[in-house]
Design a protein around this ligand. Structure first.
Ligand code: SF4
Length: 153
């Protein structure tokens, strides 16, 4: 089961959204230059639907989006939790920060409004760098539209 270490309300990770970002552990990506190595282990609390409900309730009225940060070891579970948010909190947008370059086959795009793909490579920088390898997509009618340039304005 997916586990999370902590969560925070963030303003810049998803363009135009006030986002509850939930930091998942068990990251298998091993990006060179990773600043979040605490997420490589398997610690933390189980991210059950009840835990997700509780985290959302703590931010009720303040957020517009829920983002799962990581979870590449179990993309099917990421997909399932975002489907749950779609059904149980349909006022919220859904986002996923994946460290993989390619999207998992276990993901149904209809469960997501935003997906970030790509490992962190220090020499290219994160999403705010114009030479970044990472890409942020907006999902519109099941299609991925690259909106990475939103971070460069
Ligand atoms: S995806 Fe990469 S940058 Fe993010 S926690 Fe995993 S190793 Fe670190």
């Amino acid at each position: 089961m997916l586990k999370y270490l902590n969560s925070d309300v963030v303003f810049q990770e998803v363009p135009g959204e006030v986002t509850l970002a939930i930091n998942l552990t068990g990251c298998p990506c091993r990006c060179p230059g990773c600043h979040s190595q605490a997420l490589w282990g398997n610690g933390g609390e189980n991210l059950t639907t009840e835990a997700l409900d509780s985290l959302i309730a703590q931010c009720s009225g303040h957020i517009t989006c829920v983002a799962l940060m990581g979870g590449d070891g179990h993309p099917d579970e990421v997909n399932g939790l975002m489907n749950y948010v779609r059904k149980s909190h349909n006022e919220l947008r859904t986002a996923w920060y994946s460290g993989r370059s390619l999207l998992s086959d276990n993901v149904d795009l209809h469960n997501f409004d935003y997906i970030k793909l790509g490992p962190y490579l220090a020499h290219l920088g994160g999403l705010k760098s114009r030479k970044t390898n990472q890409k942020m997509y907006r999902i519109e009618k099941g299609q991925m539209r690259n909106i990475t340039n939103c971070f460069w304005k």
